[in-house]
Design a protein around this ligand. Structure first.
Ligand code: ZN
Length: 693
């Protein structure tokens, strides 16, 4: 799991969106969140390599067959389970949307809405025929901006409510996310985020290197081309002005490093504070058109951005703002406008994340657009088909065993004081786990989706999401509001509220098989889930209490004893050298490795619990415990280029997969199960095995 210090970018709704690092309220686990879908490539042979002794090299013993035959797919620098799962999920979603579109289901059903949304985006002929006409009233609204008040009102009208808490549309000045306060678990509040940059990252505007200057030049050409399509003249100089305005916004942005510090984000502002702390914007007009006219309390995550942008409303010419808004308006709706408008006639967008392959066809675009607008509805279809109630029940039972096992381990800890243990156990008791999909689906009955009206559909879907999110301000905090769609393979840890979510697309083979072997499920998905649960109680999560409020509950003594227990693991990790000239930096990967170990131990406890005293069956000559550890090691199988490996060692907070698999050498039970002996390379004397959780 990684704290995303930099916003990363993915294509969603056919526009570039920033997946914000939601600070220390919420994490996206890099260990579980998937990469982009890959081209055709199937999981290869699963054979154990019997030429390798388990005690010498458990990773190659477990994965030898696969490692010998797996091939890195073209265009990628690595290949692993996450990519296999992403591809499976993407293909399933594709199939579901094609099916929904051709089914012509009864008006008002989820299948009709999803199918007609997708079909409308696919219907390029109709989109081309309509030209920019659907945009006329919005363009008119921009043209009608005549003073600071109307500018503020327009900007307020673009304040989007996020589809997922993880996503903030980068094409709007400010994003809003409705969640409980940092110190108030009784009320939902609007959390205001910085936004409004067309390029994915603040640094891309501020970095003076020739490479970034070139990227900005390409972006500016793109802006000019889009404005030209809108029928404006003198577009080159207008584009330069847009870039200049965005650069000023970028200067006001909080640096990425702030994202790691919750104290920087926890800025409660009263409504009246805006005019005093951030003069320039007509805040009355802004909040009224944003649907927040009656809201008295806010959390401002990046005060510098609010202050800076507000000042720009005052200082920059109206015409410059209007060109900026026109460009972003067209970009925002690009997917449902003629091709020339979406691209400005350029071959490809310059805003795509260089690390991810560009989406190739219209089909991919339409799938992404539908998933962006109607994600939970697509998830409903996904879950109905691919995550039956029996699988959910099985995964929920596993999660319950994991929580019970975590509780037992916490109770026995030697480094945690009795008082701290009480708080940890109270937090565990209040902990909500979402498995697969929400218990309650979103009611889309008031959202009209009409085949052939791609633009109208997108606009209505956005209005629906916004209304639904704003309505949460009137409701009590709901710790089971899902922040991830079921069809997105991933896990989200919410520290505030106190909850974690594991999507249906994550709980699929090879991590979890609803019809498969339980021992393997506990060793793979179980160990992964236990790792994630651990973050709510470790160095990251201990600053949030049982209600998800900012309130640290480790004492200084707990922290010191934890650190000294963990020191031994850092030394063990330091000794791993994947390349002749490059070794793991133990401290860099320590936090994640601690949880790999805790996750494996807890999952093993949970597996034993699940047997309720009965022996497990033997399958393929392997005992349940053998399969448990085998599937743990298989979870980490990965092939990668040397460059990718070097980058991982340098920057990643997780060690390469092989060494994650080697976590087993700290687990007493593994020695008995795989007959590891003192002369084996992985062997550790009992007193040298690391024990933290
Ligand atoms: Zn993690």
């Amino acid at each position: 799991m990684i704290l995303r210090k930099k916003p990363t970018v993915r294509q969603n709704n056919h526009k570039t969106v920033a997946v914000l690092n939601a600070g220390v309220v919420m994490f996206v686990c890099a260990a579980l969140m998937t990469a982009a879908p890959i081209a055709d490539q199937e999981a290869n042979v699963d054979g154990i390599d019997h030429s390798v002794k388990a005690g010498d090299d458990f990773y190659r013993y477990a994965n030898g067959g696969w490692l010998h035959s797996a091939v890195i797919p073209a265009g990628h620098d690595k290949y692993d389970n996450r990519m296999i799962m992403a591809k499976t999920a993407a293909e399933r979603v594709r199939g579901l949307l094609h099916e929904a579109a051709s089914s012509h289901s009864a008006k008002g059903t989820i299948t009709q809405k999803v199918g007609d949304y997708y079909a409308s985006v696919m219907d390029e002929a109709t989109i081309e025929a309509k030209g920019l006409t659907p945009l006329a009233d919005e363009m008119g609204a921009v043209a009608a901006i005549s003073d600071k008040r109307s500018l503020s009102s327009y900007i307020g009208s673009t304040l989007n409510s996020e589809v997922e808490g993880l996503i903030s549309n980068a094409d709007h000045v400010f994003g809003v996310w409705i969640n409980q306060g940092f110190e108030d678990s009784d009320h939902n509040l609007p959390h205001l985020w910085q936004g409004g940059l067309g390029l994915p990252d603040r640094d891309l505007y501020l970095d003076s290197s020739p490479k970034m200057a070139d990227l900005r030049a390409k972006y500016q050409a793109h802006v000019a081309a889009v404005l030209r399509v809108a029928g404006l003249t003198d577009c080159d100089s207008r584009a330069a002005t847009v870039l200049s305005l965005e650069t000023k916004i970028a200067h006001a942005f909080a640096p990425d490093s702030d994202a790691a510090e919750v104290s920087k984000q926890n800025n409660p502002w009263k409504r009246a504070d805006f005019a005093i702390k951030a003069p320039g914007m007509d805040w009355q007009a802004f909040f009224e058109s944003a649907g927040l006219g009656r809201q008295s309390d806010f959390i401002v995550w990046q005060p510098s951005a609010v202050t800076g942008v507000s000042k720009l409303v005052q200082s920059e010419a109206l015409e410059e703002w209007k060109d900026y808004l026109r460009f972003h308006l067209i970009e925002h709706y690009g997917v449902v406008l003629p091709k020339s408008a979406a691209t400005g006639g350029l071959a490809s967008s310059t805003t795509a994340n260089p690390g991810e392959p560009l989406m190739t066809g219209r089909d991919d675009t339409a799938i992404a657009a539908t998933s962006g607008a109607l994600g939970p509805a697509v998830g409903q279809l996904y879950a109905q088909r691919y995550f039956p109630p029996e699988a959910k029940t099985k995964a929920q039972a596993m999660a319950q065993d994991l929580i019970t096992a975590w509780g037992a381990r916490i109770s026995k800890l030697s480094w945690m004081s009795a008082q701290t243990k009480d708080k940890a156990l109270a937090k565990l008791a209040a902990f909500e786990v979402g498995i697969g999909y929400p218990d309650q689906w979103i009611d889309y009955s008031t959202l009209d989706i009409v085949r052939g009206d791609a633009f109208g559909n997108m606009r209505r879907a956005e209005a629906f999401i916004r209304q639904r999110n704003l309505a949460q301000l009137e409701r009590p905090v709901d710790p089971i509001e899902w922040p991830i769609n079921p069809q997105t393979p991933g896990a989200v840890i919410m520290f505030s509220p106190n909850a974690e979510f594991f999507s249906a697309a994550l709980l699929q083979p090879p991590y979890f098989d609803g019809n498969g072997d339980s021992a393997s499920n506990y060793g793979s998905a179980g160990a992964g889930m236990a790792h994630e649960i651990g973050h709510s109680f470790d160095e990251l999560g201990n600053i949030y209490d049982a209600h998800g409020r900012l309130h640290g509950w480790w004492t200084a003594e707990d922290r010191a004893r934890f650190k000294s227990a963990a020191a031994k693991l850092a030394i063990q990790l330091d000794a791993y050298c994947p390349l002749p000239d490059m070794c793991i930096k133990g401290q860099q990967v320590l936090g994640e490795s601690i949880n790999d170990l805790a996750g494996l131990l807890v999952a093993h406890d949970a597996y034993v619990l699940s047997l309720k005293g009965r022996p497990d069956v033997v399958i393929g000559g392997l005992s349940g415990e053998q399969r448990f550890f085998l599937s743990f090691a298989r979870r980490w199988r990965k092939i990668q280029t040397e460059t990718s490996l070097r980058t991982q060692i340098t920057t990643d907070t997780h060690p390469p997969g092989e060494y994650r698999a080697d976590t087993v050498r700290n687990v007493d039970a593994w020695y008995g199960v795989y007959k590891a002996e003192p002369r084996d390379k992985l062997y550790l004397k009992p007193e040298d095995r690391v024990r933290i959780w």
